[in-house]
Design a protein around this ligand. Structure first.
Ligand code: 13P
Length: 287
């Protein structure tokens, strides 16, 4: 069932668990995540970066595919189709294309411009019944070619943006997209605690979920994180299982070259990874 992310995140915040956002790249990814959410009776958020949207030939294609697949598979759990790290124009395009949730990432602007643009997009999203995420303080690492240093957000600026009526807030707390470097300092729980105290019941979003140790995830949820984004980990297990299949020469046995066979081990690996994360985040059985 395609829905805005608001209700599922408000419930997660109140219930002290987190909903996973898993990024999609194609049909296999989408199907794997939807089937796992249904099996786990868990709400889920499908994340689409602007780059992935372009790869899938545009936001309209993505919205049509997800809507049709959700119906064809008879998915009963709440599913939000969410733009990940949207630009100003990309956010508007997704609202138009039929996404049920968007993220406007204004973190590269100064705070006044971030506030002004976020405010405008909150009104537009809400007019269309769509939930909206905003960002304060850049998340480190590379996302669609944009490289951030991973700064910690200013809790006062977080409050300014939360007060605009956004439905969820991503705030940098030392988290990084992609695999964490060996010398990573870990999450700043001091910053997270200060942000949570300033923003109250606002669901907080933890980006860069790949590779964060389980105990840090638990503590982050404890301190108000209600949405956790995972992308790279699904890509890594998909690549790993696909490589094993080819290295074992299975594509050369019978009709093993059929894409439905070739992509099956990677797709199964995504399912297992998504299930593992849903269990870790505490969202199983919460649909
Ligand atoms: P990872 O690729 O590090 O899991 O981060 C995903 C993310 O935060 C998408 O916005």
């Amino acid at each position: 069932m395609l829905v805005s992310a608001k209700e599922m995140l408000d419930k997660a915040k109140a219930g002290h668990y987190a909903v996973g956002q898993f990024n999609i790249n194609n049909l296999e990814w989408t199907k794997a995540i939807l089937l796992t959410a249904e099996e786990c009776k868990s709400p889920v958020i499908l994340g689409v970066s602007e780059g992935a949207g372009k790869y899938m030939t545009g936001f309209k294609t993505v919205a049509a595919m997800v809507k049709a697949m959700d119906e064809s598979l008879g998915i009963t759990v709440p599913v939000a189709l969410h733009l990940d790290h949207g630009t100003y124009d990309g956010t508007k395009a997704c609202i138009e294309a039929g996404f049920t949730s968007v993220m406007f990432d204004g973190s590269s602007y100064n705070i006044d411009e971030n506030v002004a643009k976020t405010k405008e997009l909150v009104e537009l999203a809400h007019k269309n019944g769509i939930s909206i995420e905003a960002e304060v303080g850049a998340i480190g690492g590379e996302e669609d070619g944009v490289v951030g240093a991973g700064e910690c957000a200013d809790p006062d600026e977080c409050k300014m943006v939360a007060d605009l009526g956004v439905d969820m807030l991503a705030a940098g707390i030392g988290n990084i997209h992609g695999v964490y470097p060996d010398n990573w300092a870990g999450l700043s729980f001091e910053t997270l605690d200060a942000i949570q105290q300033k923003t109250g019941s606002m669901p907080l979003v933890l980006h860069g979920g790949t590779g964060i140790p389980d105990d840090m995830i638990a503590k982050a949820i404890d301190l108000g994180v209600s949405k956790i984004n995972v992308n790279t980990e699904c890509q890594l297990v998909f690549a790993e299982e696909t490589r094993k299949y080819i290295e074992a020469g299975k594509d050369k046995q019978g009709k093993g070259f059929d894409p439905r066979k070739l992509l099956a081990p990677g797709t199964e690996a995504i399912k297992a990874k998504v299930k593992e994360k849903m269990e870790l985040f505490g969202s199983v059985g919460k649909a």
